[in-house]
Design a protein around this ligand. Structure first.
Ligand code: ADP
Ligand code: MG
Length: 290
């Protein structure tokens, strides 16, 4: 089975090398920071009654990496996400973020440690403008960092506008979110996730309900932001076109088990993956919808 590179074990392989000079060790430290795993998941498991939703799942995710978690409906993708973001307690296994064990930590703590997720803009916030929604996250982040609520409501206006420009929504900043087209709401949700300055971003079906062109645009933007901000992104997605165009690495779940992991080419050629997807019409080809 192909494996995802940059596991913690592999990246610790420098320990037997001769001691470096001061100058060299600075470089070595810098390099090891770049290659060390951001997220390291080992033996993650969860059962609901007799259903083994997730069984013994292990993988690593590095900074600047876009990792897709795919698998048929009911494969255990959302259960994985919910354990990673703290909503569900795993039965077994560990989740380590930047060397800190966050297994079973409550969602708020996981969020504070830099695990972001795409918000769903609920009806409650639909009456607020696009800019206000992003500002709200910036304010709560400031509270997280400095333990105070800044008073002025125009605080973080510039920062909110910068983020909105980055996702192509600056021109709609003063519109209420409730009036936006669906694809535009998804861009605002992405800006809100970024406002939290996450290290790891979890996106469970970020493009659900979107037209093919919009899906492609959103994932192209996500891929750019992943590189630009050196984030680790884990996402699920039904469209194989999108997955095989944008993900650098793939994890394939089937009935709770990780049946394959590796590059798009490795996963495409995996017989078990082909068997699982047989008859679903999945083509496993990158095909950007322009
Ligand atoms: P996916 O996101 O890949 O479609 P899920 O993680 O939602 O899959 O579900 C995996 C399995 O776990 C399914 O059989 C589903 O019915 C079951 N499951 C998920 N959540 C619960 C729950 N809260 N209670 C009971 N069974 C659940
Ligand atoms: Mg799901």
């Amino acid at each position: 089975m192909p494996t995802v590179p940059n596991t913690t074990h592999e990246s610790s392989g420098t320990s037997h090398q001769p001691r470096a000079t001061n100058h060299d060790s600075r470089i070595t430290n810098h390099e090891s920071r770049l290659t060390e795993s951001l997220l390291s998941v080992r033996g993650l498991s969860k059962a609901f009654g007799g259903v083994h939703a997730v069984q013994d799942v292990s993988f690593d995710l590095g900074r600047g990496q876009l990792l897709a978690l795919i698998g048929p409906n009911g494969a255990g993708k959302s259960t994985c996400f919910n354990m990673l973001n703290g909503q569900l307690q795993p039965d077994a296994g560990s989740i380590v973020l930047e060397g800190v064990d966050i297994t079973g930590r409550p969602p708020r703590e996981v969020w504070q440690r830099g695990v972001g997720r795409t918000f769903q803009i609920t009806a409650t916030y639909g009456s607020m403008t696009v800019r206000e929604n992003v500002q709200m996250v910036l304010l709560s982040r400031a509270r997280r960092l400095f333990s105070v609520w800044p008073r002025a409501s125009n605080l973080y206006c510039d920062e909110a506008m910068n983020l909105l420009s980055r996702v192509g929504m600056a021109d709609q900043a003063e519109r209420p979110c409730g009036l936006l087209a669906y694809g535009d709401v998804k861009r605002v949700e992405l800006a809100m996730a970024l406002a939290h300055a996450p290290k790891l971003l979890l996106m469970d079906e970020p493009t659900a309900g979107m037209a093919p062109k919009e899906r492609n645009d959103l994932m192209a933007l996500t891929a750019e932001l992943t590189r630009e901000r050196n984030l680790g992104v884990l996402f699920t997605e039904h469209s194989m076109d999108v997955v095989f165009t944008y993900a650098q690495q793939l994890l394939v779940l089937s009935r709770g088990l990780l049946i394959a992991k590796g590059s798009p080419a490795e996963v495409r050629d995996n017989e078990e993956v082909q068997r699982v997807y047989l008859g679903t019409g999945a083509t496993f080809r990158p095909r950007a919808v322009l």
